[in-house]
Design a binder for this molecule. Sequence first.
Ligand code: HEC
Ligand code: HEC
Length: 204
Amino acid sequence: MKILLAALALSAAGGACALDIHLPPETATYKPSELPGYQLVQRNCMTCHAAQYASTQPPASPRAYWEATVKKMKKPFGAQFDDADMPAMVDYLVKTYGAERGAAAAGAAIAKPVAAAVPAAGGKDVKSLLAANGCMACHALDQKVVGPGFAEVAARYKGKDGIAAVAANIRSGGAGKWGPVPMPPFSQLSAADAATLAKYVLNR
Ligand code: HEC
Ligand code: HEC
């Protein structure tokens, strides 16, 4: 999956219509939710494959199915996460992709970014910006996926006032700062929204 995303990134940067190419956030990334398992799944489940595998499971899959699936990722597949993270991840998965979806109306509402947005003063909130732009298809908080982990970016800019520079980099995309794989440009973001995202990244 990493390779596929990298290929998409390359074609996005090289194509004439870079701005029209969006990774579909509802399939490549996990659906945003207030459930604590959402953060855990982003941290623990994006290293080997994107969220497609979860979103293509039969919608009637019960909790026990998700328990077995998550266990299987650890053994035999070798995912590295704490056993203590399992219940919350299973809870998020069954309420977001499985049989208990009705119980997660709140999570579903958040997945519709603009409607459920709780706007920060003067702009859109970070969660809906991240979801609407598919940022988490390529980024995680604590580790490299296609692009650098946000904590790593924050560490590099620590002690510097990097918000303007990072906001500019988000809007322009580009390659070479972290590796050869380019980030597509997000020039459709307003300056205020790019600054909101930059602030969020630098506070990781
Ligand atoms: C160490 C790598 C790795 C990690 C981390 C990982 N997976 Fe997987 N996942 C796999 C492999 C390998 C497969 C099987 C792929 C195939 O069948 O081609 C898979 C398949 C799946 C499937 C498809 C159903 C199935 O049983 O094959 C789902 C759903 C899934 N993963 C969810 C998750 C979730 C949720 C997490 C986080 C808890 C996660 N994965 C973390 C490697 C991983
Ligand atoms: C298609 C994959 C992809 C998507 C989608 C993506 N990024 Fe990136 N991002 C990357 C890559 C790759 C890099 C490293 C680029 C480099 O080496 O210069 C990067 C770098 C960054 C950086 C570091 C910039 C710096 O100043 O060093 C930030 C911050 C960032 N991305 C935020 C975001 C945000 C916010 C979004 C959503 C609006 C997003 N990214 C969407 C792949 C992506």
